[in-house]
Design a protein around this ligand. Structure first.
Ligand code: HAM
Length: 417
């Protein structure tokens, strides 16, 4: 028997309804903040991620699904994230506009070859937004967080922890990174092998280390937040001020460096206490300069992405978001003529926009009624030879158990919007 590939899963109809409900809420919230949806391809040139996300990151060096196209030359990669593709598209379609922000959102599958566990998959869904802008006003960062908080409120998600940091800019970061490298080198014996390597290649990544014995050493490392240039300090203070204006609570964590190389200045994560080990629900930050790195126009960028599987795990009562109405009408038929009549009636009812279930198995009335109950149908229309002759259909409300007789046109009228 052929089974699911490790780290993937199916979403079956009742759950897809929940996903739709969540996506509908998201679209409404994002669009109320003037974001427009963008859809980019599932695969891109590998170079986009190598240059965009960074060769030394875990995502690019270990987790990508990369393959050669049939021409044996072109290297393609299933997208592991959405920011680099959105910026590619922004450059390619000349969306850059001196006079305004370009606000885009996306909802779709991403692919990373990570070790599967609760809340971590190899194909997972992200919803994300990207603001591409001529200026780097930190007010947009606070506004995006406000939007996220509104979304969580609408979905009933609480117990969230917003963690923020600033990782500096191309001016102040290099000297800090050099300092960090020297510190890690100086205590190399205490660090794990991975950290020693990270210390040489990309010292910021040392902060991602989960090895227990490294933690006390990491605690002692200098924090970027204490080594920012004046402009970065002002920017960070501005961002926090705008959060305070909105009464959004947060904590600053100097260890929050994020696993993608395009970030600068503001980074943030939202953690959810209901998630267990994989507790990062949202990750995001500022990425001024990514457009230039991909040969695009000078652009400031800010955005986030959240995992939809983790979002669903954080919703306390998901069934409330998508209560499970069955079909509006179950057509229960007795005999061949009634069945033929019902196939046409079903078409008329469906044309009004309501959902109709018609059973094709030729079961007894009793078992059709049982099935209607199982499917949670709102009403059952009972159709037999007598009903066809008299033109009066018996309609039973499955909640109140009340029955009434209606003509076909009355029933269709009633079903209509
Ligand atoms: P990221 O932190 O790599 O950021 O991913 C964002 C979110 O995607 C995570 O917080 C998590 O909820 C979800 N996620 C990541 N990997 C997995 C996985 N293997 N299984 C399930 N969920 C996962 C980015 O991707 C950036 N592009 C975010 C961004 C947008 N920054 C600026 N703009």
């Amino acid at each position: 028997m052929i089974k699911l590939v490790r780290g993937t899963y199916d979403i079956l109809p009742p759950d897809v309804r929940l996903w739709h409900a969540i996506e509908t809420e998201m679209r409404a919230v994002f669009e109320s903040y003037a974001f427009g949806e963008i859809r980019t391809p599932i695969f891109e040139a590998t170079e986009l991620f190598v240059r965009g996300v960074g060769e030394e990151t875990d995502i690019v060096s270990k987790e990508m699904y990369t393959f050669k196209d049939k021409d044996e030359k072109t290297s393609l990669t299933l997208r592991p994230e959405g920011t680099a593709p959105v910026v590619r598209s922004y450059i390619e379609h000349h969306l850059s506009d001196e006079a305004r922000m370009i606000k885009l959102y996306y909802i779709g599958p991403m692919f990373r070859r990570e070790r599967p566990q609760r809340g971590r998959f190899r194909q997972f869904y992200q919803a994300g937004v990207e603001v591409l802008s001529p200026n780097d006003n930190p007010a947009i960062e606070a506004e995006v967080l406000e939007m996220l908080m509104l979304l969580f409120e609408r979905l009933g998600v609480s117990d969230l922890d917003l963690v923020v940091n600033s990782i500096g800019c191309r001016e102040c970061r290099p000297s800090y990174i050099e300092r960090l490298r020297n510190e890690v080198r100086g205590r190399a014996a205490g660090f794990c092998e991975d950290c020693r390597q990270r210390g040489e290649k990309n010292p910021l990544r040392v902060f991602d280390c989960k090895v227990k014995s490294c933690q006390p050493l990491i605690e002692e490392l200098p924090r970027i937040t204490d080594n920012l240039c004046q402009q970065c300090r002002d920017h960070f203070a501005g961002f926090r001020g705008y959060l305070d204006d909105r009464e959004i609570t947060y904590r600053v964590d100097g260890r929050l460096v994020r696993g993608l190389d395009y970030y600068m200045r503001t980074t943030f994560e939202i953690l959810s206490s209901s998630l267990g080990a994989q507790d990062t629900l949202v990750g995001g930050g500022r990425y001024d300069g990514l457009s230039e790195d991909l040969d695009g126009p000078p652009t400031k960028g800010f955005g986030f992405a959240m995992g939809l599987e983790r979002l669903i795990l954080s919703i306390p009562e998901p069934e409330k978001l998508a209560p499970g109405p069955g079909p509006a009408y179950f057509l229960a038929t007795m005999g061949e003529d009634a069945f033929r009549y019902a196939t046409l009636l079903a078409r008329k009812l469906r044309a009004t926009g309501c959902s109709v279930y018609l059973d094709f198995a030729g079961r007894s009335l009793k078992s059709q009624m049982r099935l209607a109950g199982k499917l949670d149908a709102a009403s059952v229309v009972m159709i037999g030879d007598n009903e066809i002759k008299s033109g009066r259909l018996v309609v039973r409300d499955m909640n109140t158990r009340e029955q009434k007789e209606l003509s076909e046109s009355e029933l269709v009228e009633l079903a209509g919007p």
